[in-house]
Design a protein. Structure first.
Length: 284
């Protein structure tokens, strides 16, 4: 299938990042959100990313200008979906919200349109139950920040067709990503491994094994991880990590049960970088 237009639903950090990648890949990108102010903020962020890449010499000014001309903002879901070849959902990580979104968008898009979720843990097969075209449903799990992280985790549901998978692989190449293909399973490959390491690091901190800084340095210097699990949790968001851990615990058992320290910090509003405080203090 020839892909010309990619519609991204949700203009938060991930949505705007995916839209940036679509533009960089030469696609016409429609960024959809119900909030026009959020869309304008996302547009400014995308423009700023292009500007930074030009200033760093990673992108030429003409490419940046041409890419931004292919960006369209929309608060109309039907109009956003009608001409889309691919629709990527990047709305909050709540199963019911995502399911309702796909059941709506399924009414508007063409039969060959690929429907993709950026979920980091929810079942692609179960989400696909909301649509008729289950063979065209797939998981495209991007990482934060999308324009920096090299990986795209492609998640294949029970009914995902080989043609859809091949289209997704080509999309990854156009967006400059290296891709892996995983079977639909709780947490896929990346979230499952990341949460296992993250929750154990939090338990170690809770038990007084070492400070947050030393736990992180153990993995950075001892295992050559670019960032320790506690700092990474701050960047991802403690609330996001908690939601994923609870989901994995419900599907895979108590080894993923969130530590009480994580629950308490989320209750106190210590969500990591986005709130200014988590396992570390964050100042702009």
């Amino acid at each position: 299938m020839t892909i010309e237009q990619i519609t991204v639903a949700g203009s938060g950090t991930m949505g705007r990042g995916i839209a940036y990648l679509a533009l960089l890949g030469g696609y016409h990108a429609v960024l959809y959100d119900i909030d026009p102010r959020a869309l304008e903020a996302a547009k400014s962020a995308i423009e700023a990313t292009f500007k930074t890449e030009v200033e760093k010499g990673k992108l030429d000014a003409e490419t940046a200008r041409a890419s931004l001309e292919r960006l369209e903002l929309s608060t109309d879901l039907e109009a956003s979906a009608r001409q889309a070849n691919v629709i990527v959902e990047a709305i909050p990580e709540t199963f019911q919200l995502k399911k309702e979104f796909f059941s709506q968008v399924d009414l508007f898009c063409g039969e060959e349109t690929i429907l993709a979720s950026n979920t980091s843990s929810l079942s692609i097969t179960e989400l696909a139950g909301a649509v008729e075209r289950r063979d065209r449903f797939i998981g495209l799990h991007f990482f934060n920040p999308p324009h920096r992280m090299k990986l795209l985790e492609i998640v294949v549901g029970e009914r995902t067709s080989e043609a859809t998978l091949e289209d997704a692989k080509r999309l990854a190449v156009r967006m400059g990503k290296d891709s892996i293909v995983v079977r639909d399973s709780p947490g896929f490959a990346t979230s499952r491994l990341g949460i296992a390491l993250g929750v154990e690091a939090i338990r170690m901190l809770e038990d007084g094994v070492a400070s947050a800084q030393d736990i992180d340095r153990a993995m950075e210097l001892g295992y050559n991880h670019p960032m320790g699990p506690l700092k990474l949790t701050d960047i991802v968001g403690l609330d996001v990590r908690l939601a994923i851990a609870e989901y994995l615990a419900s599907r895979l058992g108590p080894r993923f049960e969130p530590p009480q320290l994580l629950r308490r910090m989320v209750e106190e509003g210590k969500l990591g970088k986005k709130s200014g405080a988590g396992f570390y203090e964050w100042n702009e």
